[in-house]
Write a protein that binds this ligand. Structure first.
Ligand code: HPA
Length: 273
């Protein structure tokens, strides 16, 4: 077994023992969206720092823990907090929670993030189903020796599952929430984009921009997991308004949207189980 496969196996063994069996649905929560973890009932919380091979995560708004339990009467495991490339973490570390979730039985992965709105119709506070993405991070966790159980050349023609996206739309309708859909562009960060970069991304077909999510989705697809994702549009992208961008403003918007986001995800989980 490779060093990385061994690390995944050891972490998964520990997590499985704590959560008591396999769970098929996982939710990765983005910046400021971790509050959903507190809605999980009969919760077993496992801080990343307690899991072998998991380094501490350093971004404010990213607690860094798995929470297993029930949400809307469905068994889920929530990953509140993720590792980002911009923190200096390797692609292996960024992909580690996803690989561990898969090793714990997860086959359906919901991902979420905070993102800047590029599409000019988008307003802060909007929720956007991720229809497709642009990987502009210049990195992917799939490089390196072939890993057991992971496709060498994963098909990315439908990275986000159509049936899950339908469930998201129905969940939004049922919860009385507006939801849009679009293309998420992932950049390395950590600087926000320049206005020229946003104009470039607009020409490339991006509707929203952020610094996460795509590495996890690549690994999930290589492992054959079904994936769906939602971006919380926290701000108008650089140059499209006069307001300077800040992480504090991003967290302010996620705090405002948190209740709607939590309702959406709970209704979604109930529909897919
Ligand atoms: N750009 C990149 N990442 C982000 C943004 C943004 O405007 N907002 C929240 N995350």
């Amino acid at each position: 077994m490779s060093a990385n496969a061994e690390m995944v196996a050891r972490a998964a063994e520990m997590v499985r023992a704590k959560i008591g069996g396999e769970i098929s649905t996982a939710l990765i929560l983005g910046s400021g969206l971790g509050g959903l973890a507190d809605r999980v009932e009969d919760a077993v919380s496992i801080p990343y720092r307690a899991i072998p091979g998991f380094p501490p995560s350093s971004v404010p708004g990213h607690a860094g823990r798995f929470v297993a339990g029930t949400l809307g009467a469905r068994r889920v495991i929530v990953a509140a907090g993720r590792y980002h490339l911009y923190e200096g973490h390797s692609t292996e570390t960024v992909a580690l929670p996803t690989r561990v979730l898969h090793a714990c039985g997860v086959r359906t992965l919901f991902v979420s993030n905070a993102a800047g709105g590029i599409n000019r119709t988008m307003r802060p506070g909007e929720l956007m189903i991720i229809e497709d993405h642009l990987n502009l991070m210049s990195r992917t966790p799939l490089v390196g020796p072939e890993r057991a159980g992971e496709m060498r050349f994963p098909d990315m023609s439908a990275p986000y599952d159509a049936a899950l996206n339908r469930a998201l739309r129905e969940a939004a309708l049922e919860s009385g929430l507006a939801i849009t859909s679009g293309v998420y562009a992932a950049l390395l960060g950590p600087a926000y984009e320049t206005p020229a970069e946003i104009r470039m991304l607009e020409k490339l077909g991006a509707d929203a921009v952020g610094m996460s999510t795509v590495p996890e989705v690549l690994v999930a697809r290589a492992l054959g997991m079904r994936v769906a994702g939602v971006s919380c549009i926290t701000n108008v992208a650089a140059g499209l308004s006069n307001t300077p961008l800040s992480h504090a403003a991003v967290l302010e918007t996620t705090a405002r949207v948190a209740a709607s986001f939590e309702r959406l995800v709970t209704a979604f989980v109930q529909r897919i189980a």
